[in-house]
Write a protein that binds this ligand. Structure first.
Ligand code: ATP
Ligand code: MG
Length: 405
């Protein structure tokens, strides 16, 4: 979504709601990010209007999350999307996962105090250009503190996902976790396992791919969340994650974390990895072993490996792994050298032959065509052949006389 479109729409929504006599503010992440001078990912509006009243003002809007009464407003012209939620208080989370009761409120203060951390509970009135702060969130933002609203222990008991969210926000912004919040976090960390695997997967993925993975890892360890979530990770393992550089994809982050685990299938099941994610992650872990023997690899095999779409991730995992155990980066540098030296044409030379050519040569079609063409390409990648006639000669010797006529 174009961000500017989201911001403009969010402003228009607040104006419309206020003009109709309701209280309406921007809330949560967008207010926090705005104060920090960061670009918000999206804009959320909170209001004293209930969903039916919101829908009356925005006839094209849609209810999302039926039981939660959140309304999504779209601006078809600009592509802007904003979620508008009614102020609410939540109570009695019997299972530490889902609130049992949600009550709509007209008092913004109650909506602020049901939120998780002070820095996430700020309102902003874009019409008056005014921050509304019931929880001391501005002070904590300026001091760099993640502080649970209310009694930390109770808040983490209510919803155990907040345990991980505290780490996520502390790591993302490089903030301290307020001492009482930290104490409750360490005490209740073992309860994190009660959260559904999918949600753990999503929250952990955000943490692991965040800008500050090294700090995230330290906090996950310090709070006891890591040992609760990943008991099979041997002590001292996981450092690779902290050493990854650049934007880190989800499979790469998980691969770096899981690298020290002997049986990765079990945690992947627990965290409900999709089939594709499992494949990508295992592919990366296997690739690392492959990179270790790069110097003995035939050139064609090496070039094919360098051609895999996420090769840079393989290389990055390898580098982080070597560095984590204080080993030299000879292979990494060797590969960097090759990548600098080999052109696109060296890695992807135009094919000298195709299946039709083999038919023309009178070869009997079948699955071995692929094998023959592979060998021809190998020879080409290794510089053993460069012309079409050499390729034909090679194909004919490879075909073992398996020819028509
Ligand atoms: P991000 O930029 O990562 O999206 P955010 O602050 O917008 O950060 P969201 O997960 O999108 O975080 O949630 C939006 C807001 O809803 C939060 O700022 C917070 O006020 C509230 N919130 C979200 N999850 C919880 C929770 N588990 N408990 C209490 N409040 C929550
Ligand atoms: Mg958000």
């Amino acid at each position: 979504m174009p961000l500017e479109a989201g911001r403009k729409l969010a402003r228009r929504i607040v104006e419309t709601l206020q003009a109709a006599g309701y209280i309406a503010y921007w809330v949560g992440g967008c207010v926090r990010d705005r104060i920090l001078g960061l670009t918000p990912k999206d804009y959320d509006v909170a209001s004293s209007a209930v969903p039916e009243q919101i829908l009356r003002l925005f006839p094209d809007a849609e209810m999302i999350g039926a039981s939660f009464g959140v309304v999504q407003v779209r601006d078809a012209a600009t592509g802007g999307v904003v979620e508008v939620a009614t102020f609410r208080s939540e109570s009695s989370y019997r299972d530490g996962r889902h609130p049992e009761q949600i009550r709509y409120e007209t008092d913004a203060r109650l909506d602020a105090t049901r939120r998780d951390f002070t820095i996430n509970a700020l309102f902003y009135d874009p019409v008056k250009d005014e921050v509304i702060d019931f929880v001391g969130g501005q002070e904590d933002l300026h001091a760099g503190i993640v502080r649970a609203i209310g009694v930390p222990r109770e808040r983490f008991e209510e919803d155990h996902l907040r345990l991980l969210r505290a780490v996520r926000f502390a790591a993302r912004f490089g903030y301290e976790i307020e001492p009482r919040t930290m104490e409750a976090l360490r005490e209740l960390a073992p309860k994190i396992v009660r959260i559904a695997g999918e949600r753990l997967h999503d929250e952990m993925s955000l943490i692991l791919t965040g800008a500050n993975a090294a700090l995230a890892l330290r906090l996950l360890r310090k709070t006891g969340l890591l040992v609760a979530l990943l008991p099979e990770l041997p002590d001292g393992q996981g450092e690779r994650l902290a050493l990854l550089r650049g934007p880190v994809s989800m499979p790469l982050a998980w691969a770096a974390l899981l690298r020290g685990v002997s049986d990765v299938a079990a945690p992947m099941r627990r965290f409900r990895f999709s089939h594709a994610e499992k494949e990508q992650c295992i592919g990366l872990l296997k690739g690392e072993a492959q990179l270790d023997r790069v110097q003995e690899m035939p050139v064609a095999e090496l070039k094919r490996f360098l051609r895999v779409p996420n090769f840079n991730e393989h290389l990055e995992l390898h580098r982080a792994s070597r560095q984590a155990v204080g080993e030299n980066l000879a292979i990494y540098e060797h590969i960097q050298g090759l990548l600098a030296q080999w052109t696109v044409k060296d890695l992807w030379p135009p094919a000298l032959l195709n299946g039709d050519d083999l038919l023309q040569l009178g070869l009997l079609p079948g699955p071995h065509f692929r094998e023959i063409l592979n060998r021809v390409e190998n020879a080409q990648l290794e510089g053993r052949i460069t012309t079409r006639s050499q390729a034909i000669a090679l194909a004919l010797t490879q075909s073992g006389g398996d020819v028509h006529r």
